[in-house]
Design a protein around this ligand. Structure first.
Ligand code: ATP
Length: 345
């Protein structure tokens, strides 16, 4: 059984703090889906997760699981599993005992319990680890046991707070893949808190960007990068290198580069955004092609970072490492409409 998470107008101010940590946060995670809450350090991600988990009480708003308010329920009654940055296993217990701990407390039948532990150890790629002491495992293995423990009772909701941030980069990639496999198998509604944009887009169908305690945008990963809702979101996602002032009209944008066509309804003064990876150098038929001169080329080994000017505007773009572009070259640049967005300055 999976569960929809509904968060409505959540406010939170820590005792003695002069500013709120969460401001009217609303968010829905439909049953069986995965949402990542992405934000910089201090944006309120852990506070949000702690409130859903019942470890902290909000100063306003509501948290509903399966359409029932849970604010008055203690953590153990909320039908959720939680994994934190540290695995927090009992070091003196075996792996199997750690995973089964919650089920045993509920008086689950021993045979059922053993079957579930075996199933989960297979799912987290630790088959046969039942009798190992958890203190003897590596950090990555311990975090896999923590995942198995969180899912043991088949909770309706899985909450993850930066669960892989203490692991090395290679292992983090493996853990994201494992989490996706686990989700396919268990289907648990998942809320994943992270400050890492690659991680957020890898593990979730939808990303909620939290900036300064507010929901700044809620969108599928690709939309987030193509159409950041505000300049602050674009900056946080590293997509504000090209921000060109001009006047927006439905379907077009007038700026020093000329009249560009795009698919937005924005009107009035705005900043046109396009990510460096989306600009294409070279001949192209149709609209949105501007003449440019290359000013600098920086070879990063895997790609070239290029600056070009067009009508007095500096444009940043990247190309493959073998692109035959040199400073002083004249080249057309194509700005694809689907990758153009406009935000309020
Ligand atoms: N127990 C507390 N008492 C007072 N202020 C707190 C407490 N916990 C967190 N804060 C403050 O609330 C704000 C948000 O903290 P929170 O840990 O929720 O952010 P975060 O986005 O998870 O950051 P990080 O990624 O660094 O953990 C910060 O300014 C923090 O200093």
């Amino acid at each position: 059984m999976t569960t929809t998470i509904t968060i409505t107008d959540l406010d939170h101010t820590y005792p003695g703090a002069s500013t709120p940590t969460l401001r009217r946060v609303s968010l829905e995670v439909p049953a069986g889906t995965r949402t990542a809450v992405l934000g910089p350090s201090g944006s309120g991600k852990s506070t949000l997760l702690a409130i859903i988990a019942g470890l902290s009480a909000p100063t306003g708003g509501d948290v509903r699981l399966a359409d029932r308010s849970v604010l008055r329920q203690p953590p153990h009654r909320r039908d959720l599993g939680v994994v934190f940055q540290r695995p927090l296993l009992f070091p003196h217990l075996t792996v199997a005992e750690n995973i089964a701990f919650g089920l045993r407390m509920r008086g689950t039948d021993r045979a059922v319990l053993r079957r579930r532990v075996t199933e989960l150890l297979d799912a987290v790629a630790l088959p046969g680890y039942d009798d190992r002491r958890s203190g003897e495992l590596s950090g990555g293995q311990q975090q896999r046991v923590a995942l198995a423990r969180a899912l043991a009772a088949r909770p309706g909701v899985l909450l993850l707070d930066e669960p892989f941030s203490a692991l090395d980069p290679q292992l983090r990639g493996d853990m994201r893949a494992l989490l996706t496999d686990l989700h396919r198998q268990e289907g648990t509604t998942t809320l994943f808190v992270t400050h890492d944009r690659d991680e957020a887009t890898d593990v979730a169908d939808t990303v909620t960007v939290l900036l300064d305690g507010r929901v700044a945008q809620h969108a599928p990963p690709a939309d987030l990068f193509r159409r950041p809702a505000t300049l602050a979101v674009a900056r946080f996602l590293g997509g504000a290198d090209n921000a060109i002032p001009g006047i927006a009209h439905p379907g077009r944008f007038d700026c020093p580069l000329g009249r560009l066509h795009l698919n937005t309804d924005h009107r009035g003064a705005g900043l046109l955004l396009i990510r460096p990876e989306a600009i294409l150098a070279g001949d192209h038929q149709g609209d949105n092609v501007v003449p440019a001169t290359i000013t600098t080329v920086t070879d990063r080994g895997t790609h070239l970072d290029i600056q070009a000017t067009s009508a007095g505007v500096t444009l940043h773009l990247t190309t493959g490492p073998a692109a035959p572009l040199r400073p002083g070259d004249a080249t057309p640049l194509y700005l694809p409409p689907a990758h153009l967005s406009v935000v309020t300055p």
